[in-house]
Design a protein around this ligand. Structure first.
Ligand SMILES: CC(C)(COP(=O)(O)OP(=O)(O)OC[C@H]1O[C@@H](n2cnc3c(N)ncnc32)[C@H](O)[C@@H]1OP(=O)(O)O)[C@@H](O)C(=O)NCCC(=O)NCCS
Length: 159
């Protein structure tokens, strides 16, 4: 590994999707499972951009559905690595729903996922450190440690 640390900005991935009829339920709202699929892909791309390796989803730690997303809305997902631990990293995804006709934009969802950087045999591999630079990045970096501690404690109690 040549470079030891990388910036958070290097890990940013933005994905845009249009909500079509086959993405919705009977009320014309975006299906939660469809959104989860997009979140997983966007977060995996962010993790692999940082690690320069295949990264697998180890856990979906939290997804909040703050506002319904409607048929015809444009969904923008912004993912970035919040913090790297050893072989694992927390990725945060913020989702915005826009309607170009009505000229509206809402923060519809937030999610935190843990990815593990692996080799060809699915063996976890240590990845680059990450350096938070902005105030927001520093806040997310600090909070990610707190969330990891909770996650590890919960896993111990569950399994
Ligand atoms: C994720 C996986 C590679 C971890 O392998 P493992 O042998 O359990 O590895 P370890 O116990 O050494 O843990 C490695 C890291 O993963 C983290 N980890 C393992 N299981 C985790 C879980 N359920 N949630 C969050 N983090 C987890 C550990 O905390 C550790 O992090 P660290 O190195 O930063 O401290 C393995 O459990 C796996 O392959 N799971 C299936 C992944 C998958 O199929 N995802 C869906 C498709 S992408």
């Amino acid at each position: 590994m040549g470079k030891k640390s990388k910036s958070v900005s290097n890990s940013i991935v933005t994905m845009t999707e249009l909500v079509l009829p086959h993405h919705t339920n009977q009320l014309g709202n975006l299906l939660g499972g469809q959104l989860m699929h997009w979140i997983d892909i966007c977060a995996a791309l962010s993790a692999s951009r940082h690690a320069q390796r295949v990264c697998v989803t180890a856990s979906v730690d939290r997804i909040d559905f703050l506002h319904p997303v409607k048929l015809g809305d444009v969904v923008t997902l912004n993912a970035a690595v919040n913090r790297v631990f050893n072989t694992s990293m927390e990725v945060g995804v913020e989702i915005f729903a826009s309607n170009h006709v009505k000229d509206t934009r809402v923060h519809s969802n937030s999610a935190f996922l843990t990815f593990v950087s692996v080799d060809e045999k699915l063996k976890p591999v240590k990845t680059f450190e990450i350096v938070p630079e902005t105030e927001d990045e520093k806040r997310r970096f600090d909070n990610a440690l707190r969330r990891r501690e909770t996650r590890l404690k919960t896993r111990k109690n569950v399994y």
